[in-house]
Design a protein around this ligand. Structure first.
Ligand code: NDP
Length: 346
């Protein structure tokens, strides 16, 4: 098959591309800048291999029409590109919402103009299933499932989650206006695990680097996430792309873990050689200091100390996914960032 993967330079997309190439598919991938060697050198290495067919092309989410040429004659489009940033946001509309929503529109308009495409797989998130962790108190089930939608995020509160929700809704609207292509949506929790790219600015990679560099050595805010391995998330995209019957939403979460649970796993793996956090920051302290660190009082009230749970069974049943334990993913990711020299020199 000929398959387009948007945002090939990303943490998740790199694993999707690697799996597709190993399966013998012809992969075309778009990146923002073909001259940015730091972000794409691992892809150029793959493209040199005789046994693989990988073409790289330039496209930007905000540039209308830029996905049309790379998509020519593709059977499947896997749309992963979208800004994933939860801190340092100054203008949510410009930095998150427009690229996510207009980008999805641009990619799907190109799909509508490309008759060969029969399937689109969109990387959404559990961020479009729920916003704040406290939202779990408003549902009748004890876990979130694929019928739930995030109704609590906005441009001013949890803007990243809002961008993912708005982008996924745009995709469903465009999918429902036609009959040629099917839409499968992957909704991963927080994605961890070893990276194929050595970039440090990707949020999932930066999370591990910050932990091991001691940025939270005084303690971590007690945040709970549904967590999942990047290799399992990549596998779900590939299976959704190749299985004709796969459509609809697929939550991808292995287990719920808190930031402190994750710190404990890393301590047991690495011992005292890294300044890994040992305790959680008291909620009262976060109320005082949080606003200076970019956590609003509303965010703290509705998220800190509140666990969330997800029904991960649809992906197991329909995509034949078996989830790696989070402990294994964390240990392998820690080993990879150390091995690749991504930490501050001691
Ligand atoms: P990365 O930051 O590693 O990758 C994001 C990708 O999007 C990069 O390739 C980036 O390009 C591209 N991108 C961002 N803005 C633009 C733009 N304006 N035009 C073209 N490309 C753009 O993040 P992940 O791999 O983690 O994220 C991939 C997808 O997965 C995103 O849709 C994200 O929302 C989703 N997701 C991620 C989760 C996680 O925990 N990591 C959890 C759930 C969903 P460039 O390399 O040039 O920066």
């Amino acid at each position: 098959m000929k398959i387009l993967v948007t945002g090939g330079s990303g943490f998740i997309a790199s694993h999707i591309i690697s799996l597709l190439l190993k399966d013998g598919h012809h992969v075309v991938t778009t990146v923002r800048n073909l001259n940015d060697k730091e972000k794409i050198s691992h892809l150029e290495e793959l493209a040199k291999e005789d046994k693989y067919t990988l073409d790289l092309a330039e496209a930007d989410l905000l540039q209308e029409g830029s996905f049309k040429a790379p998509m020519q004659e593709c059977d499947v489009v896997i749309h992963t590109a979208s800004p994933f940033k939860i801190s340092g946001i100054k203008n949510a509309k410009e930095q998150l919402i427009n690229p996510a929503v207009k980008g999805t529109e641009n990619v799907l308009k190109a799909v509508n103009q490309t008759p060969s495409v029969k399937k689109v797989v969109l990387t959404s998130s559990v961020a479009s299933i729920h916003g704040d962790n406290a939202d779990i108190q408003d549902i009748k089930e004890d876990k979130f499932n694929e019928d739930h939608w995030n109704t609590s995020s906005s441009e001013n509160h949890q803007a990243y989650s809002y961008s993912k929700t708005a982008a996924e809704k745009t995709a469903w609207q465009l999918a429902n206006e036609q009959l040629r292509w099917k839409l499968a949506v992957i909704n991963p929790g927080f994605v961890i695990g070893p990276s194929l790219t050595k970039r440090k600015d990707s949020t999932s990679i930066n999370f591990m680097i910050s932990f091991l560099n001691g940025e939270f050595k005084m303690g971590v805010p007690e945040l709970y996430f549904g967590v999942v391995d990047v290799r399992d998330v990549a596998q779900a995209h590939v299976k959704a792309a190749l299985n004709e019957n796969a459509e609809g939403r697929y939550i991808m979460v292995s287990e719920t873990k808190s930031t402190l649970d994750m710190a404990k796993i890393l301590q047991s793996h690495l011992g005292a050689s890294y300044p890994i956090p040992k305790k959680k920051l008291p909620k009262a302290m976060l109320y005082l200091a949080g606003p200076f660190a970019g956590f609003s009082r509303k965010f703290i009230k509705r998220n800190i100390g509140i666990p969330v749970y997800f029904d991960n069974s649809r992906a197991k049943r329909q995509l034949d996914i078996s989830y790696r334990p989070v402990e294994e993913s964390l240990k392998e990711q820690a080993d990879q960032v150390i091995r690749d020299g991504l930490l501050k020199k001691k």
